[in-house]
Design a protein around this ligand. Structure first.
Ligand code: PLP
Length: 494
């Protein structure tokens, strides 16, 4: 039977491929599967599968309007030599936990796990729905998503991608990663403005009906690679299933033994994928939600009140510096008993007043979750202590998760075996990581620091870093905020 996708804010219902094409529902809601499918294969069978085979076993349950051939072809194109290990997502045992390394893709952060397959899911969805136009992806980035989207869409037929970033508002390495991007369908533009202006500019272009008509005439249509797209969420369920089966295959856990999962969280996409895996039947005990100083989610899990009215903190784990976790809406909808009116009411409160309270009955439904946070000091200390004890070096986001795991064990004495989602390579946040280990590194340049990290961690410098060292700058367009639309038109030749 076909699995349909429904908006969290109305009765709008579409197929999987339509949900991927649309991204967001017309009413502003997020698409959720009308029922969470069950995992049809046993752990025994899964334990013998490769990453790609696991991806097929999991994703076919969600994307039921894709044929076997279509889905397998998407998976093959995504999880290939762009990853530096055939395992795709290796598990490393260190300091009493299993680190699930989700950073072996093109941009050495976990966004690659989904963004390497999304372009293929999107172009397949376009074909299935008789969309003849070329898909133009528009993205505003504060650093990480832009590069991961560029790497995913580069040279994918029938797509183009335009990324806007705040000139001077991203790290030198992040900028270098983007402006050296290859692929004739890629276009990177710095804007004289901040990230919010870049994002508002992109939203205005998306909302421009005149432009939409003009684009359609010229054979183009816009789409988004945003993290609320169901095509980004579904591929993330895969690695939790894969990791569980691997623990079983290696004799680390027995049949049906429950595990905990810790996820360093920002937009709530990654941890929601783990929750979906649990709902599919994967034996997960607690879902541990780790926050940095922007601890909106910790407060939400402890009090039942979501309140974004607070100071925004800049931390050394910037991909988690978020006050509105957009994917949380999918959980709210579910714990409200899949009541879209109740969800709509809470989301309206969030946009009008910046806060909402959930009911006691909804709070009951959150028992699967545990939330806590790590301060800047604690994150630095845990990176150093794990390195001192084991020689293993983790990045700052993973550091937040490692610290929250320590707090969880101290709070509960729960000794269930635990997977920690390791969301970025330490080479992506070299300066903060090396400073945490020893202040003597502070005076070194970025690439010099990478050399040092390689030495102390005994890990080769990832290609993502070594290849940009001497790479040629291929994108040097800079524009004013007001010129963004014209820049896009010029790139498309309309
Ligand atoms: C995006 C990101 C996160 C947060 O993931 P969400 O799915 O948004 O919760 C954590 N760590 C890193 C390195 C990221 O890039």
């Amino acid at each position: 039977m076909e699995l349909m996708y429904k908006s969290t804010r109305s009765d709008e219902t579409v197929t999987a491929s339509q949900a991927i094409l649309k991204g967001l529902a017309s009413d502003g809601g997020l698409f959720v599967p009308t029922a969470l499918p069950e995992l049809k294969v046993s752990v025994e069978e899964l334990s013998k599968m490769s990453y790609k085979e696991t991806a097929y076993a999991v994703m076919k349950e969600f994307l039921t309007d894709f044929t076997e051939e279509e889905l397998k072809s998407c998976i093959d194109k995504a999880y290939d030599s762009k990853f530096d290990t055939e395992e795709i997502a290796p598990l490393v045992k260190a300091d009493g936990a299993y680190y699930l390394e989700l950073f072996h893709g093109a941009t050495i952060a976990f966004k690659d796990m989904a963004l390497s397959i999304l372009p293929h899911l999107l172009t397949t969805s376009a074909k299935k729905n008789n969309v003849k136009n070329e898909i133009v992806i528009l993205t505003a980035t504060s650093g990480d998503t832009g590069k991961a989207a560029l790497a995913g869409f580069a040279d994918v037929p029938n797509t183009r991608i335009v990324v806007f970033y705040p000139k001077g508002g991203v790290s030198p390495i992040q900028e270098k990663q983007m402006v050296t991007q290859k692929g004739s369908n890629t276009f990177v533009v710095g804007i004289n403005g901040n990230f919010d202006q870049a994002q508002s500019g992109v939203k205005a272009i998306f909302g421009n009906k005149e432009l939409e008509k003009e684009m359609d005439k010229a054979g183009f249509q816009f789409s988004s690679a945003n993290s609320i797209n169901i095509g980004r969420l579904v591929p993330q369920v895969v690695y939790y299933v894969y990791a569980y089966a691997k623990l079983y295959a290696e004799g680390e856990i027995s049949k049906d033994e429950k595990i905990n999962v810790v996820v360093p969280t920002g937009n709530f996409g990654n941890i929601l994928a783990a929750y979906y895996a649990k709902n599919m039947g994967l034996p997960i005990n607690k879902l541990i939600c780790a926050s940095n100083d922007n601890k909106v989610l910790y407060d939400f899990f402890t009090t039942g009140t979501y309140d974004k009215n607070r100071e925004f903190m800049l931390t050394t784990s910037p991909s988690m510096d978020i006050l509105i976790s957009s994917n949380l809406e999918r959980l709210i909808y579910k714990i409200a008993g899949c009541d879209h009116e109740k969800n709509q009411e809470l989301m309206m409160l969030l946009s009008k007043e910046g806060r909402y309270d959930i009911t006691d009955a909804m709070k009951e439904e959150l028992k699967d979750f545990y939330g806590n946070y790590s301060t800047e000091k604690e994150t630095a200390e845990v990176i150093k202590s794990i390195y001192d004890k084991t020689g293993y070096v983790i990045d700052t986001h993973t550091g937040v998760a490692a610290e929250v795991y320590k707090k969880y064990v101290a709070d509960t004495n729960d000794c269930t075996k635990t997977i920690i989602a390791s969301t970025a390579s330490p080479f992506k946040f070299t300066r903060s990581v090396m400073n945490a280990i020893d202040s003597k590194y502070d005076s070194m340049g970025d690439f010099e620091l990478a050399d040092e990290l390689s030495k102390i961690a005994n890990v080769e410098i990832p290609k993502a870093i070594s290849e940009i060292r001497d790479a040629k700058v291929l994108h040097d367009t800079v524009c004013e905020v007001g010129e963004m639309e014209n820049v896009v038109k010029k790139f498309l030749g309309i």
